[in-house]
Design a protein around this ligand. Structure first.
Ligand code: G6P
Ligand code: ZN
Length: 542
């Protein structure tokens, strides 16, 4: 039996997992005992780990490999029988969920700060996913946090670093470490859901695509699936090699950060279809030639067209969307006669609905789309679903979306982010809003019908989540939502979500910033954004 060493430690403040795990600057994570305290708190909070299997991998960012070596030593001390590690320490978040489910592991640890920049001066993150494959629910993350506040020691097995790049099995003490191909299981799952033959035929007919992996984790997945299995032209995948600092970029697939892709998709000679994914592969952005598909519309279009895809020919049980996501999906659900669930922000809230078979597709305005095939949002899956729809309909992205609007009406939508504002100012702004007596009053010609701080009771397990975002709903169906981001690592980020329904097709082509101009002004004035934050304009508009 290998020697198990017990190391005395003291708690760190603030090891509280946020929307999606614990995210801090690398400088915080590399403090002695910091990572170890958190990992031990996880192992102490998830039940008996003896004899179990754990999945482990990350998005390849700086500190990924070092953290994996530490976690392996600690897993051995915690009595795990086996840890499955993606080769090179690589495992996208959806692929981790796939592997956890396929091999029925005792959950997994995913190392990622998602779309946040990477590198020695940037962010790192860690989260635990449960055996169902999804992010740990609040009961577990609260337990982990509580444990981190009282921890006095952690355990590890003393051993040399293992070679993470060599496929095969090695041992740390008695624990097996299986280095496996992080792409194979995921690609096999995609082949069961999406019509690969139809997409191959589409590419063979001259259809052109660009996929921006943003030097993050989806590079190897996209090369294998898009270029090798589906026959997309070499060069379809750009920025396909994962780098520890993502090439200095911000691996967030939106109009601001995926600017190279946006530029590549403009002009009459540009490719037919563009897509990007984030640091850990769970987000997606969908583009047509000179055309941007909002994540809310993407969910609605995929829901309306899902039966074209082999995994969904039997239709959908229901759709779920996060509260700030537009109601475009609700209109599809209403037409299909299926329920549409409105959950708080955060993919974890979809888990119970998916497990209970109440929802088949889920989506969030924050560039997340997914289905019941795994328990995370899945960037490449969304891209493949779009390719499947394009291959079957043989229309352009723009034609598909505008036809969708003609059928269902358009939920004109935009999100304005004010990043890096002072935390006190942000909280003051939210408190100011909460105190307003708005119901029944008129704001710039619109009457407020509902004004609340969104609360959610999970229809499956009855758990209650409060203070999930301030909603101003107007009688004419327009809506303003204010939320503070749960994923930032510096200061606060205020998100303002603005939405208005447009039935008239002659107005569907308007730029949302133009169509929403009055509502945007109302939103700014009501929250006193400039006075309270010093910002006249948002830093990012999507
Ligand atoms: C992560 C989660 C998403 C969530 C998003 C919200 O990406 O995985 O489920 O929608 O964060 O981020 P925010 O910064 O708005 O809290
Ligand atoms: Zn992500």
């Amino acid at each position: 039996m290998a020697h198990v060493k017990t190391v005395v430690t003291t708690p760190f403040a603030g090891q509280k997992p946020g929307t999606s795990g614990l995210r801090k600057k690398v400088s915080v994570f590399i403090q002695p005992h910091y990572l170890e305290n958190f990992v031990q708190s996880v192992f102490d909070s998830i039940g008996n780990t003896v004899g179990k299997t754990l999945a482990l991998g990350g998005d390849g960012r700086y500190f990924n490999r070092t953290a994996i070596q530490t976690i392996l030593r600690m897993a051995a001390a915690a009595g795990f029988a086996r840890v499955m590690v993606g080769r090179g320490g690589i495992l996208s978040t959806p692929a981790a969920s796939c592997v956890i489910r396929k091999y029925k592991t005792f959950g997994g640890i995913i190392l990622s700060a998602s779309h946040n920049p990477g590198g020695p001066d940037e962010d790192f993150g860690i989260k635990y996913n449960i055996p169902a494959g999804g992010p740990a629910p609040e009961a577990i993350t609260e337990a982990i946090y509580a444990r981190s506040l009282t921890i006095q020691s952690y355990k590890l097995v003393e051993s040399d670093d293992i070679d993470l790049d060599q496929l095969g099995t090695v041992r740390i003490g008695t624990m097996e470490v299986d280095i496996f191909d992080p792409v194979a299981d995921y690609a096999a799952l995609m082949e069961t859901l999406v019509d690969f033959a139809a997409i191959r035929a589409l590419f063979a007919s001259g259809f052109k695509m660009r996929f921006d992996a943003m030097h993050a984790v989806t590079g190897p997945y996209a090369h294998e699936i898009l270029e090798r299995r589906l026959g997309a032209a070499p060069g379809t995948v750009m920025n396909g090699i994962p780098l520890e600092d993502f090439g200095g970029g911000h691996p967030d697939p939106n109009l601001a950060h995926a600017h190279d892709l946006v530029a590549a998709l403009s002009g009459p000679e540009s490719p037919d279809f563009g897509a990007a994914s984030d640091g850990d592969g769970d987000r997606n952005m969908i583009l047509g030639r000179d055309f941007y598909v909002t994540p809310s519309d993407s969910l609605a279009v995929l829901a309306a067209n899902a039966p074209l895809c082999p995994g969904y020919t039997r239709g959908l049980a229901g759709i779920a969307r996060s509260m700030p996501t537009s109601a475009a999906a609700d209109r599809v659900a209403a037409k299909l006669g299926i329920p549409c669930y409105e959950t708080p922000t955060g993919w974890k809230f979809f888990g119970t609905l998916l497990d209970a078979g109440k929802a088949t597709l889920c989506g969030e305005e924050s560039f997340g789309t997914g289905s019941d095939h795994v328990r995370e949002k899945d960037g490449l899956w969304a891209v493949l679903m779009w390719l499947n729809v394009l291959a079957r309909r043989r229309e352009s992205v723009a034609d598909i979306v505008t036809a969708h609007w003609r059928e269902f009406g358009r939920n004109v939508y935009s999100r304005h982010d004010y990043e890096g504002i002072e935390t006190a100012a942000a909280e003051g702004l939210m408190d100011h809003l909460r105190g307003l007596p708005l119901v029944g009053t008129e704001l710039d010609g619109r009457t407020v019908s509902v004004f609340d701080d969104f609360a959610y009771t999970d229809p499956v397990d009855g758990s209650v989540s409060t203070k999930q975002g301030i909603r101003v709903l107007f009688e004419d169906g327009a809506r303003i939502v204010y939320r503070l981001s749960g994923t930032g690592t510096q200061g606060a980020t205020l998100r303002v979500y603005i939405e208005q329904y447009e039935a008239d097709p002659s107005r569907h082509g308007l730029d949302p910033q133009v169509a929403l101009v009055d509502l945007i002004a109302t939103a700014r004035r009501l929250a006193q954004i400039e006075d309270r934050t010093g910002r006249a304009e948002p830093t990012v508009i999507t």
